[in-house]
Design a binder for this molecule. Sequence first.
Ligand code: CP
Ligand code: NVA
Length: 314
Amino acid sequence: MKDKIKKGHKDFLTLKDYTKEEIEHIINIAVKIKKDGQLYKNLLSGKNLALLFDKQSTRTRLSFEVGIRQLGGNCIYLDSKSLQINRGETFKDSAIIFSKYLDGVVIRTYKHETVKNFADNSSIPVINGLTDLYHPCQILSDLLTLHENGLLRKDIKFSYVGDSNNVLDSLLIGFTKLGLDITVGCPDNYRPSDKILRCAEEQSKSSGSNICITSNPAEAAKNADIIYTDVWVSMGDDESSEKISYLKKFQVNSSLLSYAKENVKIMHCLPAHRGEEIISDVLDGNKSIVWQQAENRLYAQKALMVYIYSNIKL
Ligand code: CP
Ligand code: NVA
């Protein structure tokens, strides 16, 4: 929408729309904010941002609610069931109304098209808080966590094992944008979509990333510096799907870890389904950096808002 361009504000719908420099800049802001919580404390003063959520959330909701308040703004949580959207008012009409009252909105919903449609019809920044296709806010936190562990480098082996879902799709987009290598261990019949792979491969041509996809979990884990996993059934997925039977051999357990480097780090965006995609001993063990990853959601989300609302031009 023209207004939005005039205000200089950006949406954050997928990492595709952000450059390598912008992503790295956001991570740098996050590092500074984590050191000094007082930084940018008045940035959102006088601004009202809403969270419009159609699905459950703990980390995304809390990190944005707390982050908005720490930046001096006011946050309004909206469960979409309580809005007229639930009685048939269109997202397009709602987007126009939201733009009249608010300065920004974080949306968590089912179809990615819904967030795009909302962004196309609003004059305020729209942030994707998770859709069926992407979870870009999570990846900002993951990149910050890798940076803090000295692992945001091309010469490390980052392996995602498990379901090809929104988190993996966003990891593929983010990693290939930054020129990082990524290995995926997943069943042959549950690979990332052709559309995502085409986009990741296209980005790799200029960034120099290598993408490796294997249906052999041991091969994915072999010499890995990082093993990342996520739930086998995402919100909105069919719980009775036969997919689970194919995913069982991709469980992150001590046997899988035996293929990885001795000092491998374990990541998970959480919530975890203990005993399914990851066992408790690994999640709670000394190789796990999942709690740091979850904490970093706050700094990553604040940094994203600082980038959007400071109208920084790179
Ligand atoms: N990782 C993440 O987005 O967690 P929530 O679903 O709790 O927000
Ligand atoms: N893939 C998971 C991520 C939750 C944060 C889901 O979409 O449910």
